[in-house]
Design a protein around this ligand. Structure first.
Ligand code: CAA
Length: 257
């Protein structure tokens, strides 16, 4: 294991990021966030990017939250700066133009859950535990949880989780729509590989367009969002990808994107 806080593995535009602080259950401190942001700035510039996976080092934890030891003595302005750094970094992850998949391999608490909420996909191992336990520490979620959680699971369930601080298992997370899939821990990697194969086998510009339509449309009224979809749909007809995809269908072969 290297001494980097964010390990990067790159395979033909599919980039896997591993948060590497296993002794602190991959808790997010300002050093981790700074390294993650620098990595994301590099990824933003890449045209060949197809998908991004993010996970935690070790078998016990995805991310067990923001670093409590680092936060403990912060004054309000320092806490604001820490939250702003995290929000900016998490937003960069969310806005990557390709699918971002959280591989949740254990504890996914507080800031960890907030990181997963910014991903397009969340695949959890069956031992994963989710929660926003901040109120147990005398604070509220500060990395986007009070806003992204209700948008993902609805306000009633979000209020339940952020006011009780209770933890839920992977199956409850699946039932409330917090994650897309739950798989046995031993099968997490194989499932991720299959998912990435599926995502990166599709037309790359179409996948980017589909993500953009959903993300940008969510913040607009329905008519504006539908107009956005129409514009992005029409854009698909400007390049080779649509010609290849539809010609392959007519010729009864697999498209070569
Ligand atoms: N910050 C800093 N260190 C953490 C941490 C965190 N969020 N979570 C775990 N660790 C550290 C522990 O202090 C411990 O370190 P030492 O070995 O040096 O004592 C190490 O990781 C292993 O943890 P435990 O011994 O506690 O492991 P466990 O299996 O007994 O318990 C756990 C696991 C239930 C996840 C427990 O560690 C825990 O409750 N962690 C805190 C979870 C939490 O409250 N997260 C929210 C943080 S606040 C937040 O995220 C705010 C926000 O929105 C910005």
């Amino acid at each position: 294991m290297s001494d980097k806080l964010i390990e990067i593995a790159d395979n033909d535009g599919v980039v896997r990021l591993t948060i590497n602080r296993p002794k602190a259950l991959n808790a997010l401190n300002s050093a981790v966030l700074a390294e993650l942001e620098a990595v994301l700035v590099d990824l933003e510039r890449r045209d060949d990017l197809r998908a991004v996976l993010i996970t935690g080092s070790g078998e016990k934890s995805f991310v067990a939250g923001a670093d409590i030891t680092e936060m403990r003595d912060k004054a309000p302005e320092e806490a604001r700066a820490f939250a702003s750094q995290a929000l900016r970094t998490i937003k960069r992850l969310e806005l990557l133009p390709v699918p971002v998949v959280a591989l949740v391999n254990g504890f996914c608490l507080g800031g960890g859950c907030e990181l997963a909420l910014a991903c397009d996909w969340a695949v959890a191992s069956d031992n994963a535990i989710f929660g926003q336990p901040e109120v147990l520490l005398g604070v509220i979620p500060g990395f986007g949880g009070t806003q992204r959680l209700p948008r993902r699971v609805g306000p009633a369930m979000a209020l339940d989780l952020v006011t009780t601080g209770r933890k839920i298992d992977a199956n409850e997370a699946l039932r409330i729509g917090l994650v897309n899939r739950v798989v046995p821990q031993a099968e997490l990697e194989a499932y991720a590989e299959e998912l990435i194969k599926q995502l990166s086998g599709n037309g790359p510009l179409a996948v980017r367009g589909a993500k953009q339509a959903v993300h940008d449309g969510m913040d607009q009224d329905l008519d504006s969002a539908l107009a956005l979809e129409t514009a992005l749909f029409a854009c698909c007809f400007a390049g080779d990808e649509q010609t290849e995809g539809m010609t392959a269908f007519v010729e009864k072969r697999k498209p070569n994107f």
